[in-house]
Each structure stands twice: as C-alpha cells, then as structure tokens.
Design a protein around this ligand. Sequence first.
Ligand code: NAP
Length: 273
Amino acid sequence: MLYWTAQNETKVPKLGFGTWLIKGPQCIKAVRTALEIGYRHIDTAQIYGNEAEVGEAISASDVDREKIFLVTKVWRDSLSSENILSSTEESLKKLKTDYVDLLLIHWPDPRFPLQETLSAMQSLVKRQKIKMIGVSNFPVELIEISKKIAPELICNQVEYHPFLDQRAILKAMGTHNMFMTAYSPLARNRVFKNKTLQKIGEKYSKTAGQVVLRWLIEQKNVVAIPKAAKQKHAQSNFDIFDFKLKEPDRLILGSMHSQNQRLVDPEWAPDWD
Ligand SMILES: NC(=O)c1ccc[n+]([C@@H]2O[C@H](COP(=O)([O-])OP(=O)(O)OC[C@H]3O[C@@H](n4cnc5c(N)ncnc54)[C@H](OP(=O)(O)O)[C@@H]3O)[C@@H](O)[C@H]2O)c1
C-alpha cells in the first residue's frame, strides 16, 4: 500500500474502497471482502444509506478498527451546527464506532455559513468524535475561504479521472498541504472502453482501470476510492502495487483531460471554476 502522510504524521491509504450504491447485505459482504483483500480505507456517507452495513462489516472483520481509515460525509441538509453534531452522533452509532477518521461536508451549500459548519466540526474533533475534517466538491475559491476558518482542513474529495482537468484543485491541495480524494476514479466504467488506456495497459499486462488507478495514486497529493460491488473488480483494483508507470505513459494520461467529461454535476453543484 502507498500512503499520503499528513504533517502530523497521520497516514492515509492512497487506495480506498468506495461504497456508493452498495446497500444491504451486498454492502456488508463487499466491505468485508474489501478488508480481506487488503483495503484499509473505506468511504461512505450519510446519504448512501449504508453506514450501518459498513459498520457491521468492520465489526465482523478480523481487522482492528484502528487499522482502518474510515470516512463519512454529512449531507447538505444537516450543515447547521446542531445537525452536524446530531447527525454525526447518528453516523457513529450506525458505524458502530467511537470515531471516524475523517468527516467531510458532502457538498457546499450557501444556506449554511461555512463558519458555523466548520466550527461545529472543530468541536467534534475536540470531543474526539472525529480525527480530521475535510470537504467534498469544493472549488478552489471555497477551499481558500474554508482554510481561513479552519486551517486544519485536510481533504477535498472531488471527481477526478484522466478525462477531467483538476489541475487548479490539485495545485491548491499542494499549497495547503491537503490531499485530494479522487471519486469516480474509473469515470464510472468509461476508462475501460478507452483504446489508448487499453494499449498502455497491455504494455504492463494491466487493464485500463489499473493503469488509471496507478496514475492517480502516483500523484503526490492524490488518493483514489474506486467502487466495486463485484469481488473480482475489488481485487483487480487492488492489484496496482506491483508496477510503476513510465514517464511517457504518465504524460499521455495527463494530456487526456481535454475531453472535459464531468460526470457528477447535480443541480446543487457549485460553480466549478
Ligand atoms: N463525494 C461525492 O460527491 C462522491 C460522488 C460520487 C462518488 N463518490 C465516492 O467515490 C466512489 C467511487 O465513485 P463511483 O462509484 O462514482 O465510480 P467509479 O469508482 O469510477 O466506478 C464504479 C463502477 O465501475 C465498475 N468497476 C469497478 N472496478 C471495476 C473493474 N476492475 N472492472 C470493471 N468495472 C469495474 C463498478 O462495477 P461493480 O460495482 O459492479 O463492481 C461500478 O459500476 C463512490 O462509491 C463513492 O464512495 C463520492
């Protein structure tokens, strides 16, 4: 496993397991399998409706809770001070744990002042309910504002794969000693259909998906969380620690963003630029 290391020496596994759309017994099984394969970073959210199943899988596994980097996200409607506190307590109950490693604001929402939301999250850190605070789907401008309120902000989780230009956010992550979690890192299956990526994969006896995941985690401040309900997909996505991309291939992947394919852009999304 590769890790991103925070200034306080906290290590974040660079490959995590996404759980969006995996629910019920299938979720318990998928997360247990992921832990058996070797994943130590699990990504969930209040809105996914699967925190209880993620918690069940973690409790039932042989892996100690302290060895797992567990992330959840507060939904848009719960960003008032009061609701941050109560909804996080609820998440902890469902996840059957005393703390999460990282709590994220799932989407920015102008109905709630960032000062209020981030202060409530800071109080959760003081009470040891969460270890670190972060955000998701925040453009650079909102990162700058948030950093002034909460300098300890550590993560921005955003869509990132070769078909989307995220250089501005990556630059901000570097400036502020933060990491970016790349969501939809496989562009929701689209990377597998790309001929250029397939060809690069052949050179390393890897799939297009493995090449893309390797490219992501080789970037300094990037962590990736592919989702895989199927065991063979989860295993394949984990088999990326036995090769390194050569510079010319890395450059090809880094030049594909002109396709500008943003896949996640709901009506409540912020102005991205
Ligand atoms: N913060 C946010 O707003 C936000 C938004 C979107 C996603 N996320 C997080 O990011 C995670 C990943 O993003 P995502 O689910 O949108 O997309 P993704 O990880 O890019 O793609 C998931 C899709 O790829 C398939 N797949 C995975 N590995 C494969 C393999 N080796 N071969 C063939 N197909 C494979 C999966 O199939 P199977 O499931 O059938 O195996 C699934 O259909 C989510 O689960 C969630 O945790 C966060």
